[in-house]
Design a protein around this ligand. Structure first.
Ligand SMILES: Cc1cc2nc3c(=O)[nH]c(=O)nc-3n(C[C@H](O)[C@H](O)[C@H](O)COP(=O)(O)OP(=O)(O)OC[C@H]3O[C@@H](n4cnc5c(N)ncnc54)[C@H](O)[C@@H]3O)c2cc1C
Length: 470
């Protein structure tokens, strides 16, 4: 099969000789449309995304990233950047252009003395955990271990340690960034501090991060897992949960999840009935865990209690089975200022008519350490939100697209009166107003100034895009 031509953004076909020269200097591998693995290489986690890039450039090191940026810039080729490929909007891939893929760059160095981890961008959360847990330490990351670390960290990063240690980007000490001019720049408090501010919440708008250095936090075991209640009592469970989290310690991060037809890891007795799961991760002194978690285990009559002392890595991968790649996925999310009765009622009303048994609604408790960072300290905003709500719609058959998307949009619209901003990492392709809603007005303006400085032509446009001023 012939390869798809590489077309510039202005519609010109790129000379074959130029592509060959690029290939000769590239140490990793270029996958083109004629290659046997092209179809698997162009796929991302969300099965709804079906894009056809001209080239997928699997980089082996930072020089490959620099060469790819220089090649794409000098020929005006559309670029997308992929690390873990988990982005729900599918921004990691593009049509006709080049996917600069860092997923094979997986080196990680732990410095136990200074408690730092220097990690290349291609690591998944689980791979980073493997490396850090070997030293009894952790970086606060997200809740599904297969997720890409790079995209998650650049958008913020909410996980089981968010209340104790803040967002993933709050533990970032420095990063190596390839900017549009092909320069490799360090972004840290001491070097290019404006860029360092922007990449902590501003996503991939300013360049390609090849390597991150994180602060490590000692942690081996947690008291964690989930306790499950029947959905008939969901309203009461919600209210008691809301009252409990109002005074929860920072050592505890929890998430309430509505599950229409739960996963097979539950006992047969409660399969195929709607349930409410309260997920917990308590990372404080373990001898205090029982007492602290007791009220959450009695928000009603539980049908299953799976909370125990477990290795932190087990906590980190507990939800992996519920997030397989390749399904149709359409998400909508927002922060919530509070959990009013009316808001709970809306959620439960829509939940009672959820069109797919695979869909879940997550409400994750925030604040704690995340809320103690000043809003202008990083690009990430909404530091005072009580919770982040995510409507995680998923289904198998594309014939169900319209029905599931409509239900998700309707629920999201019904929750607008209670919403307080958006989180870039959970967003689909939702337009500029929602991107703005992810930031405070002051932070958004500062991001535009940074975009003018570091990427004035919007070369890095496939992301939750901050548009430069024209
Ligand atoms: C199953 C699942 C679970 C999730 N759980 C959580 C969670 O617990 N907490 C949370 O906060 N988020 C979570 N997310 C959202 C997640 O943070 C985003 O999907 C994020 O984009 C994943 O990073 P990635 O490297 O896989 O992104 P990719 O899909 O590879 O890339 C997405 C975008 O990120 C940018 N990007 C990626 N790599 C780089 C790089 N090296 N340099 C510059 N820009 C880059 C680019 O703009 C790119 O378009 C989850 C997503 C999924 C699918």
């Amino acid at each position: 099969m012939n390869n798809k031509p590489v077309i510039s953004r202005s519609g010109n076909a790129i000379d074959e000789a130029a592509i060959r020269r690029f290939e000769m200097n590239f140490r990793g591998r270029l996958v083109k449309s004629g290659d046997a693995d092209y179809n698997s290489a162009r796929r991302v986690w969300n099965g709804m995304i079906d894009k056809h890039p001209a080239i997928i450039a699997y980089c082996s090191d930072k020089d490959d990233v620099i060469n790819s940026v220089n090649f794409a810039r000098s020929h005006d080729i559309l670029v997308s950047v992929r690390s873990g490929g988990h982005n729900i909007a599918g921004n990691a891939v593009c049509d006709n252009g080049i996917v600069i893929d860092l997923s094979r760059m997986k080196k990680v160095v732990i410095d136990a003395q200074s408690k730092t981890a220097t990690a290349q961008a291609g690591l998944t959360l689980g791979e980073l955990d493997n490396a850090t847990q070997a030293y009894g330490m952790a970086v606060p990351v997200g809740i599904v271990s297969k997720t890409g670390m790079a995209g998650l960290a650049l958008g913020g990063g909410i996980g089981w340690l968010v209340r104790k240690h803040g967002l993933t980007c709050d533990s970032l000490l420095s990063a190596e960034v390839v900017t549009v001019d092909g320069q490799l720049r360090t972004a840290s408090a001491g070097e290019n501090p404006d860029l360092f501010w922007g990449i902590r919440g501003g996503g991939g708008n300013f360049g390609i991060v090849t390597e991150f250095t994180f602060r490590l936090h000692p942690l081996k075991q947690v008291m964690g897992g989930m306790v499950i209640y029947p959905a008939d009592n969901a309203f009461e469970v919600f209210r008691l949960y809301r009252d409990y989290i109002a005074a929860a310690p920072d050592d505890l991060t929890t998430m309430l999840a509505l599950l229409p037809a739960p996963a097979p890891f539950l006992s047969k007795r409660i399969m195929n009935v709607p349930l409410v799961a309260v997920h917990v991760c308590y990372s404080g002194p373990l001898d205090k865990g029982e007492q602290i978690l007791k009220p959450l285990r009695h928000l009603g009559e539980p049908v299953q209690d799976m909370i125990s002392i477990i290795p932190f890595q087990e906590m980190q991968s507990m939800l992996d089975a519920g997030a397989p790649p390749g399904l149709m996925n359409y998400w909508k999310s927002s922060y919530l200022k509070d959990l009013q009765d009316d808001c709970i009622n809306e959620v439960l009303l829509y939940f009672s008519a959820v069109p797919s048994p695979l869909t879940q609604i997550h409400i994750q408790h925030l604040q704690g350490a995340m809320g103690r960072v000043r809003e202008d300290e990083t690009a990430f905003s909404h530091r005072n939100a009580l919770c982040v709500l995510n409507i995680v719609s998923k289904w198998i058959d594309p014939a169900g697209n319209e029905k599931n998307i409509q239900w998700t949009r309707d629920l999201s619209r019904a929750l607008e009166p209670y919403a307080a901003g958006a989180y870039v990492n959970f967003m689909g392709d939702e337009g500029q107003d929602i991107v703005r809603a992810a930031y405070s007005p002051g932070n958004y303006n500062r991001l535009v100034q940074l975009k003018n400085k570091y990427d004035p032509t919007n070369f890095f446009s496939l992301n939750q895009n901050i548009k430069p001023e024209t």
